[in-house]
Design a binder for this molecule. Sequence first.
Ligand SMILES: NC(=O)c1ccc[n+]([C@@H]2O[C@H](COP(=O)([O-])OP(=O)(O)OC[C@H]3O[C@@H](n4cnc5c(N)ncnc54)[C@H](OP(=O)(O)O)[C@@H]3O)[C@@H](O)[C@H]2O)c1
Length: 255
Amino acid sequence: MTTPSTPKLYVVFGATGNTGKRVVPLLLAAGHSVRAFARSPGKLQVSHDRLQVVQGDVGDAEAVRAAIKGAQAVISLVGGPLGDKSFHGGVLPPFIKAVHVGMREHGVKRLLVQTGAASVVRGEKFNFLKHVLVRQIDGRKRGDHGCHVDNDEAIRYLETSGGDIEWMVTRPPLIVAKPSEGKKVVALDVMPWPPVVTFEDLAAYTVSLVGDDKAVKTAQYCGYPLTSVIHPPSVAGYVVATVAIGLAYLIYRLI
Ligand SMILES: NC(=O)c1ccc[n+]([C@@H]2O[C@H](COP(=O)([O-])OP(=O)(O)OC[C@H]3O[C@@H](n4cnc5c(N)ncnc54)[C@H](OP(=O)(O)O)[C@@H]3O)[C@@H](O)[C@H]2O)c1
């Protein structure tokens, strides 16, 4: 265990999820205290004298706000059900708003929210691969679209209404439950490639980022460092878009 220069109390929402259950022990190992907010506390696999557990649902705005009291920072690793076609969103937006209100009420400044690489941020350039293939075609087919919509709305809320807090958003690609790759996850300006990280490496990144003042008001992608000067998502997006436009033009000329 290391003792941080300033041990903090972190409230972790989504503490029982795939990312959350790896972030909580890392925060504790770094000498911090954690208040884990979970709808099923029995799923938490760790007990510690610096771990408090609060049972609740993120849809309960009052419970969310109350859980923030006395904390120095908040981490959201909450997500709706990926791969569920019947889910059309609605979990994250009211929850993030309740977190924001709670942070104002209790004078808490820092918030990290994990979204995904498919999420859209303000001013982002159109990328055919991401906006059409990943989100509209693959996302709908796999049943991830509701989570994409939720993540987008959470980001939009922070961008437009979160001026008074130190928010930061992470946008990882596909996350897998494999052992650490032994590489550090880093912030990226372009879509990660390869588009996959391990939960373990992402958790380590999350814990280091939340204490990084330079990350405030950013919503960058994250992934392993790019190893090639060619960025396949951009090239593929360009090629697919060109072919699609060519085909559309051909069909238009033929009919
Ligand atoms: N998994 C991926 O490949 C992937 C890739 C890119 C981005 N992301 C994004 O990363 C974030 C977290 O992903 P993850 O895979 O770690 O999530 P996850 O394993 O599905 O965990 C989600 C967490 O949110 C909690 N939660 C959901 N609804 C809740 C509610 N109403 N009340 C209380 N807790 C609730 C879950 O609690 P329970 O344990 O009780 O269900 C769980 O702790 C999401 O925004 C997701 O879209 C995921």
